[in-house]
Design a protein around this ligand. Structure first.
Ligand code: IFM
Length: 746
């Protein structure tokens, strides 16, 4: 038996943790999250940290997540299967933190290994982004005088979705030690302070153990762990909510000991028919037959396939190179390519913040990456919205409207899950963002069939909602009143430009798609009309509201697009007076009440619109609006910097574009800032991809362009940029150097 031999020792794929530090340990857990779409595990130490108990219960109440002070300073285990959700007493439906299955406790003569307490040196921990393998190696000088080298490797298999594998190698350096190893599964975890498990069943087996939980969401999750080692692991420990297989090994100078664990996780949500235990056993048996090296090789091949369609190469900027690879890694890891019943949560299934819920982030920030690297995954993300249309219908009904209204924060049912009324009730643009995303998908892939079979139903139902949500004013215009736009620091505005423009787009699209279906497929059109009870009067109303949707404008020659009709009425604020410590969010330096009455944007709003509707604005108008809005934008939201960077790059304002590039990278890559502690800012990962592709490479979006044209403006120091991408059914690659683009058919 030997440790798996992993491939690709490329520094540009390595995320490195320099050593245990209480200030950064939780950050590394987040950024080193591993996963395969189906399940995800934060990069916590296998043995945990003794000081950080994981079953702490507390009342986490609804709050603004951006501004909230989080618990667990050092470590928070997180094992997530995105579809397994359940009700939280204060926070609505959330993704449940599952039992931690990498739990491995080592003890030598009563001393328990702990990164914070033990004598550790020569430490290295690396997440290899190319294959998702997390390796940790260090020297442990035990209190009994023995010195050991421990090496851990673990991964979640990319092609066997229920399987995880971990290995531990112990090598004696000097002295001798009896090492007790307890390797098991620990259900002593809580999600946002709450225990979602209604029952825990533990089982011991000759060479392993299993643990099954039932959740308050009505699901069953079974985890089976099987050990392969040259030692007796038939000892058992059943402690509180955990179960372990135990063994003791004698380690002397130069002795080597290897333990391999095969771990299977199955749930009753899997669309497979056999019983949970039969399935989990089959996964383990097949894995043991294949052996650890074959499992790794297959897993690696699956990752290689993904990277070959997505890897962006940047010559001349190591930091940007690593950041875009980390972003691509997390996007690919977070997407379940097989199961459209789930999408990508705002924290990339790498933490409990945002409760595993789905926001507009998916459609606007992440989707473009998938459109051009993995169209099937993109389709699944949109299918998720189709499958949750009934939830959206119920949302509309609960607000007294017909049709469908997508949730600001959606879980797997599509129902509104946001516990804060400002967003739940007023941040309505997500419903129209989904329409935009569908058109974007069809423009990039040519998959018209999606629109006919699924998209149109979404469009008709959401249009029914919009025409009732809009109010006709005395000039015959339709208004959207009491709206929170993308800028979440103004909760109830009149006619938010972004929202109104999106809604107009969505209604226009409904009319155009209906017309086209009627012309091309009259039978299908009639069947659809009948099935949805669509009346000709309704169609007329869609058009009337679209044609007369109010779009705020200024008539003072300034070319500033008002964020909303009432935007200029809000008070000015002296930022220097209120926001003295710029390392903190602006929102933490001001009360919400005060924040809600001033011109201080949380994030790009008008500028986001200018990005999505690029051809509607001249560069001059974009530049004027950038100059007006950027200085009053706090960028408290991680969705803001990339948008500003793209606009600045397209305007040729390279100093500013590069400043925003730094900001985008820092959001999750700056360990001191610790952005990834509570999970990955996965919208920003999509934002970085867009900043490079649309901003610096200057690809004209598929929505507005037939052919793939690049107008590059590379940051200083970038010698070459290479991007593989799909474009309307073609597989292409662009190589850019000296601001010249060469397009290659792949
Ligand atoms: O969707 C975003 C929103 O735009 C800003 N607050 C955080 C949400 C989730 O990322």
């Amino acid at each position: 038996m030997q440790m798996i031999v992993t491939k690709d020792n490329l520094e540009d794929f390595y995320l490195k943790d320099p050593g245990y530090d209480p200030a950064t340990s939780k950050y590394y857990e987040g950024i080193m999250t591993q996963g395969n779409g189906y399940m995800h595990v934060r990069g916590s130490y296998d043995e945990g940290l003794i000081a950080e108990k994981q079953d702490l219960e507390y009342d986490r109440k609804p709050a603004n997540v951006t501004l909230e002070v989080q618990r667990f300073p050092l470590s928070k285990w997180g094992t997530f299967v995105p579809g397994v959700v359940g009700p939280h007493p204060f926070l609505m439906t959330e993704m449940i933190n599952q039992p931690y299955f990498f739990d491995t406790v080592l003890t030598v003569d009563g001393e328990r290994l702990d990164m914070a307490e033990s004598r550790i040196s020569d430490y290295e921990r690396i997440l290899n982004l190319s294959d998702g393998v997390l390796t940790r190696s260090f020297r442990w000088d035990c209190r009994n005088g023995a010195a050991l080298r421990l090496t851990y490797k673990r991964f979640i298999s990319m092609d066997r979705k229920h399987l995880a594998l971990s290995q531990l190698m112990i090598k004696g350096l000097s002295g001798s030690a009896r090492v007790q190893i307890d390797a098991g599964i620990n259900a002593g975890v809580r999600t946002n302070g709450f225990d979602h498990f209604t029952s825990i069943r533990k089982n011991q087996r000759q060479t392993g153990c299993s643990l099954e939980v039932e959740t308050n969401g009505g699901n069953k999750v079974l985890i089976v762990s099987e050990i392969e080692a040259d030692a007796d692991f038939s000892g058992k420990k059943d402690i509180n909510d955990a179960i372990y297989s135990s063994g003791t090994v004698e380690i002397n100078e130069n002795t080597e000991f290897l333990m391999t664990r095969y771990i299977a996780l199955c749930t009753d949500r899997d669309q497979e028919e056999d019983s949970l235990s039969f399935r989990a056993r089959s996964v383990i048996e097949e894995a043991r037959r294949a052996g650890a090296q074959t499992i790794y090789d297959d897993h690696k091949t699956a990752w290689e396939k993904r990277w070959s369609a997505s890897d962006i190469r940047i010559k001349g900027d190591h930091r940007a190179q690593l950041a875009i690879r980390a972003s691509i890694y997390h996007l690919m890891r977070a997407a379940d390519r097989e199961d459209p019943r789930v999408a990508i949560g705002a924290k990339g299934h790498a933490g409990e913040a945002y409760f595993g819920r789905y926001f507009w982030d998916t459609e606007i920030n992440m989707l473009p990456f998938f459109l051009h690297t993995d169209p099937e995954a993109a389709r699944n993300l949109l299918m998720f919205r189709y499958l949750t249309l009934d939830g959206a219908r119920e949302n509309a009904k609960s607000y007294g409207y017909p049709g469908a209204r997508y949730a600001w924060e959606s879980s797997v049912s599509g129902h509104e899950e946001c516990a804060c009324w400002q967003y739940a009730d007023h941040e309505i643009h997500v419903t129209a963002d989904i329409a935009y995303a569908m058109k974007n998908y069809i423009s990039a892939t040519g998959d018209e069939e999606f629109m006919e079979n699924f998209g149109l139903e979404i469009l008709i139902e959401t249009s029914r909602y919009w025409v009732k949500r809009a109010d006709k004013n005395r000039n015959g215009e339709y208004e959207l009143l009491a709206v929170m736009g993308p800028d979440e620091y103004l909760p109830m505005t009149r006619n938010n430009y972004y929202t109104n423009r999106m809604v107009k787009f969505s209604l226009d699209l409904t009319c155009a798609e209906l017309e086209s279906l009627e012309e091309k497929e009259p039978l299908k059109y009639r069947v659809l009309k009948e099935r949805l009870g669509l009346k000709d009067d309704e169609k007329k109303l869609f058009k009337e509201v679209a044609d007369n949707m109010r779009l705020p404008k200024t008539d003072d020659g300034s070319d500033i697009v008002p964020q909303s009709d009432d935007f200029f009425d809000y008070a000015d604020i002296d930022f220097d007076e209120v926001w003295k410590d710029r390392s903190k969010c602006f929102g933490t330096c001001i009360s919400q009440e005060h924040n809600y009455r001033v011109k201080a944007l949380k994030q790009a709003d008008v500028l986001e619109n200018m990005l999505l509707f690029g051809p509607e604005f001249t560069d001059e108008v974009k530049s004027k609006n950038y100059d007006y809005y950027e200085p009053i934008t706090t960028h408290d939201s991680s969705l803001s910097a990339a948008v500003h960077g793209i606009i600045a790059a397209r305007l040729g304002r390279m100093d500013e574009a590069e400043k925003f590039l730094d900001k985008v990278i820092d959001i999750d890559m700056d360990e001191a800032a610790g952005g990834a502690k509570e999970g990955i800012h996965i919208a920003n990962c999509g934002g970085l991809w867009q900043l490079i592709v649309y901003g610096f490479a200057g690809l004209g979006p598929a929505m507005w362009n037939e052919s793939a044209d690049f107008k590059p403006m590379l940051p200083a120091g970038w010698e070459e940029l290479e991007i593989p991408f799909f474009w309307k059914g073609r597989s292409l690659k662009v190589v850019i150097s000296d601001n010249k683009a060469v397009l290659i058919e792949r």
